[in-house]
Design a protein. Structure first.
Length: 272
């Protein structure tokens, strides 16, 4: 390794990214350590996301279906998949909002990537999302098994890959935003709840056909739809896929330009 690049604060973005890829196994071990710590604290471990979806969907989904006069055989499957994906995304964003604080742990460790905490959060997201979706599938099997039979699983897997890359590509810009403007972090629960309400999760997209622009220009809708539509509708969501590819490209560009500023923010955070 050239010069002082043994410390991540001395590297450029692409060098640190290359090192991050080489340290994916280390990030996995740190992810397993986090799971063990959570299990000691809560006693639940990996079963927690599974139980959370089962309880939340069965209770809230039934209530909201009755309130909106939706047929439960179609609304419960839609809501279960939507809620599983949204909860995974919102937890990831909440975790990433503290990523810079986690990065300070690795300042004195040689050869460790500065973005390794972001990769750990991505592992957390993927594992938790798969468990949540497993709970959703169980619910759908009991409510309307025809949806499982007609699902497009190839498009679903592709959608999950796109969704994951959208999140990891935006992890550094979000880390910088929430650390640079910490007021946003304080209001993050309210911000996420507002996005939750204006995104088709609790309600079907066809509910506001007269104001469809609210959906079309909502990037969170497309991030969820890219993995939801193959299951609930059995289709390949081309528009949402293209939007996600665009988000990935924008996220990588922002990460490249913000990397030096974010690095300085971590190192000199006592001045921020």
């Amino acid at each position: 390794m050239k010069g002082n690049e043994w410390r991540w604060v001395e590297r450029d973005f692409f060098t640190d990214l290359r090192i991050l890829v080489s340290q994916r196994h280390l990030a996995w071990q740190l992810h397993l350590a986090d799971i063990a710590e959570n299990k000691r604290n809560s006693g639940l471990g990996l079963i927690a996301p599974f139980i959370s979806v089962l309880i939340h969907v069965l209770l809230l989904g039934s209530v909201m279906g009755l309130v909106f006069h939706e047929p439960l055989v179609s609304f419960i499957p839609f809501f279960s998949v939507s809620f599983s994906i949204w909860q995974g995304v919102s937890i990831f964003i909440s975790d990433i909002s503290y990523s810079n604080e986690k990065a300070t742990r690795y300042l004195s460790f040689p050869n460790v990537s500065g973005c390794i905490s972001n990769l750990i959060s991505t592992y957390d997201f993927v594992i938790a999302l798969l468990l949540k979706l497993s709970a959703s599938f169980i619910i759908i099997v009991f409510i309307n098994p025809e949806i499982i039979i007609g699902a497009n699983y190839l498009a679903f897997c592709f959608g999950l890959v796109l969704l994951t890359f959208v999140l990891i590509s935006w992890s550094l810009p979000l880390s910088y935003l929430f650390d640079r403007i910490r007021l946003f972090r304080g209001f993050l629960p309210q911000i996420l709840f507002a996005v939750y309400l204006i995104t088709p999760i609790l309600w079907a997209p066809d509910r506001i056909q007269s104001h469809k622009w609210v959906i079309d220009f909502n990037p969170v809708y497309h991030v969820i739809e890219v993995a939801r539509a193959p299951i609930t509708q059995g289709v390949f969501p081309m528009t949402s896929s293209l939007v996600c590819v665009g988000l990935i490209a924008v996220g990588i560009c922002l990460s490249y330009f913000l990397f030096p500023a974010n690095r300085n923010l971590v190192v000199y955070r006592w001045m921020a």
